[in-house]
Design a protein around this ligand. Structure first.
Ligand code: CMC
Length: 385
């Protein structure tokens, strides 16, 4: 981009739109210098300690903590809608088992729009039904693909289990340990919402066209899949495996710093201190390890965090949410390529909250660009090219 075009248009181009407000929102708040995250004004530490994922979703989507009766009704609706149509299941059966589960999820989420095609965006009953369907069915679709790609029939959801216990049950056909289910539920709370990140921005842009909420979530799933966003938690585990031992950490960091390559699970556009979600996740990892035994990758992770702080702390590069979440899921026996789909299961709450907020004061997103090409260029005939 030439300076001339900047001057001519009067716009300052900010790569990645860094610092450019893209919306007004009252859903969540981040202070990246102090490491503060709030959901509807409530500190994340309080929400993680006291709430469930379903209650957190209600808070994010409807703006207030539910009463006991409101929560019971919301939970009941979600339990009732967990099953997926057999045609969706059959469609998923045709997906290649070598495909990434995020791609399977994106296609399946979009397919919901075929089955629930009514688009009544000004009808609160429609908004509620779509919200419930998305929260209820996305975990079932993730678990169904996991079973089917291994040649097994999907496991039917169990209405008597709560949200997280049911998801873990659908992955293994075993009722999960109580601590494991609670830790998993807190992971979902921590990933539920995070202001206007890339996938949420994608959700809001899609929502602003007044398309259906399944297209909104499908577009956000596609955006979350990238390694600079939700895909980082999978890459953290690959990286810890590659490092292999505590002794190798320093050399690995030195190599990355010298080669200017990114260390996965570190750095954040907004946080310039340790991500508060990473701090909470670290304590969950410790609870799991205390009950189920430790993991050599945790020792590598601790050393890595120390060395990265030493070498890159001056640039504000510290552990982000993805650094410890992979260790939690690994301890729960979840395959690495399901980590990002699990992030998506959680983030549906935030995406739906933003969809609803976008509809409230909608104006279609249509930013501008700074043109850097030529003008009045000659059309060169085929034989002369
Ligand atoms: N390792 C080493 N150096 C880093 C890292 C890292 N993980 N992250 C940023 N830096 C350096 C970068 O090299 C650059 O240095 P310099 O100014 O000398 O060129 C400086 O910090 C700024 O980096 P940037 O890429 O311009 O920062 P950004 O705000 O565009 O990117 C980020 C933010 C999260 C994409 C980036 O930190 C990153 O790629 N991290 C690794 C991937 C990751 O863990 N992603 C999960 C993010 S949290 C969950 C989510 O949002 O989904």
């Amino acid at each position: 981009m030439s300076v001339a075009s900047e001057v001519k248009t009067g716009f300052e181009f900010k790569p990645g739109l860094e610092g450019v407000p893209a919306t007004l929102s009252s859903i969540s708040y981040v202070d990246g210098k102090q490491g503060i995250l709030e959901y509807r004004g409530i500190p994340i530490e309080e929400v993680a300690l006291k709430s469930s994922f379903v209650e957190t979703s209600y808070l994010l989507i409807w703006g207030e903590l539910p009463t006991q009766a409101e929560l019971a009704e919301f939970e009941h609706e979600i339990r009732y809608h967990r099953r997926i149509k057999y045609r969706i299941r059959d469609m998923m059966k045709c997906f290649p088992e070598t495909g990434h589960p995020m791609d399977a999820l994106q296609a399946s989420a979009a397919a919901l729009g075929l089955f629930y095609s009514r688009r009544a965006l000004d009808d609160p009953a429609y908004i509620r039904a779509a919200t419930v369907r998305l929260l209820a069915k996305i975990p079932t679709m993730v678990a169904a693909f996991q079973m089917m790609r291994n040649g097994n029939d999907p496991i039917q959801p169990r209405d008597d289990l709560d949200y997280s216990a049911n998801f873990l049950y659908m992955l293994t056909e075993r009722e999960p340990d109580e601590l494991a289910a609670r830790v998993f539920d807190v992971c979902l709370i921590l990933h539920a919402e995070h202001t206007i990140n890339a996938s949420t921005f994608s959700a809001r842009v899609t929502a602003s066209t007044l398309t259906d909420p399944y297209a909104v979530v499908a577009s956000a799933v596609g955006t979350l899949a990238g390694p600079l966003h939700g895909g980082a938690n999978e890459e953290v585990i690959d990286m810890l495996e590659e490092i292999g031992s505590v002794e190798n950490v320093r050399a690995y960091v030195d190599k990355c710093v010298a080669g200017k390559s990114k260390i996965m699970g570190f750095g954040h556009r907004v946080y310039k201190v340790k991500d508060p979600r990473a701090t909470i996740l670290q304590s969950l990892v410790e609870q799991l390890f205390a009950k189920f035994g430790s993991d050599k990758y945790y020792d590598i992770a601790l050393e890595l965090e120390k060395v990265v702080a030493e070498k890159l702390g001056h640039k504000g590069i510290y552990a982000n949410v993805d650094f410890y979440s992979g260790l939690v899921y690994r301890k729960l026996g979840i395959p690495t390529d399901l980590f990002t789909p699990i992030f998506a299961i959680a983030r549906v709450a935030g995406w739906v909250a933003h969809w609803k907020e976008q509809l409230g004061e909608n104006r279609i997103y249509r930013p501008t660009q700074i043109y850097t090409g030529s003008h009045n260029a000659p059309y060169i005939d085929m034989e002369s090219r």
